[in-house]
Ligand binder design. Structure first.
Ligand code: IFM
Length: 468
């Protein structure tokens, strides 16, 4: 079978993404404070092989080399996150040396003709704020807005695109309920309070940034999914899919785009007291208009409440408590065990446009999409990662189909520029377009990276002969 050549609309933005804790290293340099990930990585058994982001890709010392790499890959934009603890070591007090690092990074990107796309929060809360309750505490949302203002003060003359949060679902549910991400808490009620305070922090930051800079492009990045019933004729499975969709998608989309939490989700979790942390006026703050929606898509899943043993695994913590399990569908999986489901991206994008971004009149950017596979470098360190390349190609074709359906998608960021610290998996899962030899810090573009550079340069996918 041959896949046809496809062109993308003029101006479609091609980029790659990273996050501070995953690549920077220099954890103890430049006055940086500890984040919850520094502390979590020290908990025995929390992270594979007791690894941590202390050195990571040493990007802190290699920004010039990494920006040259971005240029070689023809990236028009680079999405990176700022370490709050580098810029405000205790979450409150500014650290000029840390701020200067990002100021230089932005200058270097602009000199290279690459648009900086800043994410303010990619999971690395200053530990000092966690010690005061973390995202379960309302104060953290207020601190976040002050941090956003500080960063705008420093970078706002050059950075035009600001993302408040990356994947608040992960911060709240994996960090505060499942306990498998920092800060490692297993407190369902705190997780729901964290959902609200993360969203409140987003809204307060948007208000602050908008006031300072009415022309800036502001948004949030959500990790969204496509939840299907394992058996569409089984009532329990349909309800299982509703619950997952509710907690993963609508619990975040509805307050931002409609100014309300979904009633069915609130009813499902009523015993956990989420309503108690929501104060009058909060939802007005949270639903302040944004200019773009960032979507991170990796996979969808099928769900059941059927208790019969079959290959199934517990779904995310709060729905698992209601007996919801995820059922493998026999699709190919990535190194993370995630099903490869490109058609899910088209369904997701079309739904977002229909129900949320279309009515709001705002565009979507894919701010992350990619895959970890076991890479086997040759003697020269080159990785011929055809599976990853095919993953990107298939998802970009699904995105293109959405464009043809009329969905307003303006850009795509591959996850990730570099192999990096993959959270609880340490360095075992590699997502990079570029291989990083962690012993030498040598960077070598993979086959997928070279392919992506051609896609970005030509603004098109070439024909692919799958039988070749
Ligand atoms: O590495 C992460 C990233 O930090 C957030 N989105 C998912 C990626 C792959 O797990």
């Amino acid at each position: 079978m041959t896949r046809s050549a496809l062109s993308f609309p003029a101006g479609f933005l091609w980029g790659a993404a990273t996050a501070a804790y995953q690549i920077e290293g220099a954890a103890r340099e430049g006055g940086r404070g500890e984040s919850i990930w520094d502390v979590f990585c020290r908990v025995p058994g929390a992270v594979a092989d007791a690894q941590n982001g202390g050195v990571a890709c040493d990007h802190y010392h290699r920004t010039a080399e990494d920006i040259a790499l971005m240029k070689d890959l023809n990236l028009a934009a680079y999405r990176f996150s700022i370490s709050w603890a580098r810029c405000m070591p205790d979450g409150v007090t500014p650290n000029p040396e840390g701020i200067a690092f990002y100021s230089r990074l932005v200058d270097q990107l602009l000199d290279a003709g690459i648009t900086p796309w800043v994410t303010l929060y990619h999971w690395d809360l200053p530990q000092a704020l966690e010690d005061k309750g973390g995202w379960a505490s309302r104060e953290t949302a207020e601190r976040f807005a002050a941090y956003a203002a500080l960063m705008h003060e420093a970078l706002g003359d050059r950075v035009r695109i600001w993302t408040t949060l990356n994947e608040p679902w992960v911060s709240a549910f994996l960090g505060y309920a499942a306990g498998i991400h920092a800060p490692g808490r297993r407190e369902p009620a705190a997780a729901l309070a964290a959902v609200h305070h993360l969203l409140l922090g987003h809204g307060l930051a948007v208000r602050e940034l908008r006031r300072r800079d009415p022309e800036a492009t502001l948004g949030i990045t959500l990790n969204l999914t496509v939840a299907d019933p394992a058996d569409p004729d089984r009532e329990g499975d349909v309800d299982a899919a509703r619950r997952v969709d509710g907690q993963s998608n609508r619990l975040f989309l509805d307050p931002i785009f409609r100014g309300e939490y979904p009633a069915d989700v609130l009813a499902d979790v009523a015993h956990l007291g989420m309503a108690d942390v929501v104060r009058p006026g909060d939802l007005d703050v949270i639903s302040a208009p944004v200019d773009v929606l960032g979507v991170n898509y990796y996979h969808g899943d099928a769900f059941t409440t059927d208790p019969e043993p079959r290959p199934a695994q517990p779904a995310s913590p709060l729905v698992a408590a209601d007996g919801v399990r995820q059922v493998p569908r026999g699709l190919p999986v990535t190194g993370m065990g995630w099903e490869v489901q490109p058609e899910g991206l088209r369904r997701l994008l079309n739904r977002l446009q229909r129900e949320y971004t279309g009515p709001a009149g705002i565009p979507i950017y894919i701010t992350e999409n990619g895959a970890a596979f076991e890479d086997v470098p040759d003697a020269a360190g080159f990785v011929d990662d055809q599976a990853r390349l095919a993953f990107f190609d298939e998802h970009l074709r699904a995105l293109h189909a959405s464009l043809a359906d009329g969905v307003d998608v303006r850009g795509y960021f591959a996850w990730s520029l570099l192999d990096n610290f993959e959270w609880a998996f340490g360095y075992h899962q590699r997502f990079g377009l570029v291989r990083v030899d962690y012993d030498t810090q040598r960077r070598i573009p993979k086959a997928s990276g070279l392919w992506y550079s051609r896609v970005a340069a030509s603004n098109a996918l070439t024909a692919m002969d799958e039988s070749a």
